[in-house]
Structure formats: C-alpha cells, structure tokens
Write a protein that binds this ligand. Structure first.
Ligand code: CU
Length: 234
C-alpha cells in the first residue's frame, strides 16, 4: 500500500513541474539619491500566453503593518481576491484610506493594537494613505496571476514555482511612467530548469511626485505629523 502511494506521489510530482525565475532590477534617472541604494518595491509578474490563468485564491491573506508612522511594506503585490489586514502596531491612532484610484475604502480612525481588513476584489493599482499622517503611503498591486514577486532593496527578485511555458513578463514601479513600464514588457519562455533574466533597468524619468489630499479632499494641516485626537497618544 505504501509503495503504491509513493509511486502515485512521484508521478504527480513529475506531472506538475515548477520552475524558478529570478533577476535583478536597476533604477536610473532617479531624483532621489536613495533609489541608488534601495531598489525595493518593483513588482514583476508573469501571465501565461498559451495556457489559462489558474483560478484566483480568493481566500489568500496578506498584511500591511502600520509602525513608526509608516506602512510596511510600502509596496505589496497580491492576487485578486486577497484580503489584506492593516494592524496598527504604533502607540498612536492611524486612519488608512484610499480614494485616489483602484479600491476605494476608509478604515476609519483606530487605536493601537487594533486591525482592519480590506478585500482587494479587482485587479489594478491602489494607492493608500493615512488621513492623519501625510507622509504615510503604500501601494497595493492587485494582479490576476499568482506568479509575481517584488524586488528587495538590492534589486533582486524571484518568482518561484511557475509551470514551464510561454509567459508575458510585466512590471510596475511607483516612480516610473506607464509608457516606460510598457516598453519593458516582454515575452519569455520558461524552461523546466527555470530562468535567470538579465538585469532590467527601469528609468524614473518623467516621474513627478504630487502632494495628495486627505480623505476629505483637503490639504493636510501643517501640524499633521503631530495630530491631537481624543484618547490618542502622541
Ligand atoms: Cu497615521
């Protein structure tokens, strides 16, 4: 009986092959010198060209923490249908919201130790902010494919467990324009042995940072970094 199971399992393992795809990203034309050291947050994803997309994992979970007046991670990639938790790990209140593009939501003001959740049910880019702290921002990249990765600070990225075949490789970077990103798209063939992609250089030319309004569409007050709310510690 045991050998039977072993044989069945081996056959299954042979029929479901999975390859790893890795690469490096470089940033250029950056206005901010920080980009030279920190190449994190560039999202890469693969869409099968001649095979159907696997059905989305609608029960997937992910999270963005609020700590030290920052959202972490700053860029989160998820499959469509993923629920993202937003725990407040700071000793102060926060109010995550999004009304700029993508998923529109307002989690309201909530105290230290509490969490709220948002289900990202449509593909696209969602920028989110905190209604109290203008410097807090994050981006959720919602994808129809389960094959994606986000670059680390050194620029490395890796998508694991992809069935070999033909794919379209696309990417997103917060500080690049849509035409720049479109020009970097490519078709790739992933062999059984996996693939190491030559370094990809992403230009930040044409990126102009703009101040975002608060959730009421107004400018943040000058003292936004130190707001006083009833019951909220500074
Ligand atoms: Cu905040």
């Amino acid at each position: 009986m045991t050998s039977h199971w072993l044989i069945s399992f081996s056959l299954l393992a042979l029929s479901i092959q999975a390859a790893d795809i890795s690469g490096m990203v470089q940033l250029q034309d950056s206005r901010d010198q920080k980009a030279k050291k920190d190449k994190s947050g560039v999202v890469f994803w693969l869409t099968p060209i001649d095979a159907p997309l696997p059905s989305p994992l609608t029960t997937a979970k992910a999270r963005i923490i609020q700590k030290n007046k920052r959202f972490e991670p700053h860029v989160l990639a998820v499959s469509v249908g993923t629920t993202v938790d937003f725990p407040n790990l700071d000793p102060i209140f926060h109010n995550a919201f999004s009304n700029f593009d993508g998923k529109v939501f307002d989690l309201g003001l909530y105290p230290p130790g509490q969490s709220r959740a948002v289900r990202f049910d449509r593909p696209g880019i969602t920028r989110l902010f905190c209604n109290i702290h203008s410097a807090m921002s994050a981006i959720v990249v919602v994808l129809t494919t389960p094959h994606f990765a986000t670059s680390l600070a050194d620029g490395s990225w890796e998508i694991r467990g992809v069935p070999p075949g033909n794919y379209k490789l696309e990417l997103y970077h917060e500080r690049s324009t849509a035409p720049t990103l479109k020009a970097l798209e490519r078709s790739i063939r992933i062999p059984d042995s996996g693939l190491k992609i030559p370094p990809i250089t992403v230009s930040e030319s044409g990126y102009i940072p703009v101040a975002h309004p608060n959730k009421f569409g107004n400018r943040y007050p000058p003292a936004d970094s130190n707001p006083i709310y009833p019951g909220a510690k500074r």
